[in-house]
Design a protein around this ligand. Structure first.
Ligand SMILES: CCC1=C(C)/C(=C/C2=NC(=C\c3[nH]c(/C=C4\NC(=O)[C@H](C)[C@H]4CC)c(C)c3CCC(=O)O)/C(CCC(=O)O)=C2C)NC1=O
Length: 161
């Protein structure tokens, strides 16, 4: 896993150089947003179950996926879906803290699209639920942190699309 700091240092290191102005500016922006990131992570962890629940109510409940024949139908599959959304929320929060997407590639997206396709999990409905989670999260953490969380939610959506 990488973060904003290791990613800047690694790219200077491969060139055998000290950090240049643009590298230092990236670091400065990351440090300046540290407080915002930690506060957002705190608010998300205190409200995680509610965020998932509200996102499901906004996007999936009473839709075709929850009716007989739908992929969320039966309690086992409903629970699997809720668990998946909780993974996306938790790993997006980690990535937001790190300021880097690599943890999503390594621990979430690796093989996920293939798994979903083989189990018939509908990608379109999953993307809708993640987008709903993005809105609900922004309403809890505020616009600036919400925008930053949006980067990682969107990254997951493109990774499974
Ligand atoms: C931390 C990384 C990680 C991820 C991301 C993950 C996802 C994941 N979701 C799965 C299943 C599933 N995922 C869903 C999800 C949904 N169905 C819908 O209709 C909704 C749109 C959607 C929720 C938004 C469902 C219903 C299953 C069970 C499918 C089945 O067994 O038939 C499975 C298959 C194994 C299992 O059932 O546990 C995996 C591996 N597992 C992991 O370890």
């Amino acid at each position: 896993m990488q973060d904003a700091i290791t990613s800047v240092i690694n790219s200077s290191d491969v060139q055998g150089k000290y950090l240049d102005t643009s590298a230092l500016e990236k670091l400065q922006a990351y440090f300046a947003s540290g407080e915002l990131r930690v506060r957002a992570a705190n608010a998300i962890s205190a409200n995680a179950a509610q965020i998932v629940k509200d996102a499901v109510a906004k996007s999936l409940l009473y839709s075709d996926v929850t009716r007989p024949g739908g992929n969320m139908y039966t309690t086992r599959r409903y629970a699997a879906c809720i668990r998946d959304l909780d993974y996306y929320l938790r790993y997006s929060t980690y990535a937001m803290l790190a300021g880097d997407v690599s943890i999503l590639d390594e621990r979430v997206l690796n093989g996920l699209k293939e798994t979903y396709n083989s189990l018939g999990v509908p990608i379109g409905s999953t993307v809708q639920a993640i987008q709903a989670m993005k809105e609900v999260t922004a309403s809890i953490v505020g616009a600036d942190a919400g925008k930053e969380m949006g980067v990682y939610f969107d990254y997951i959506c493109s990774g499974i699309s």
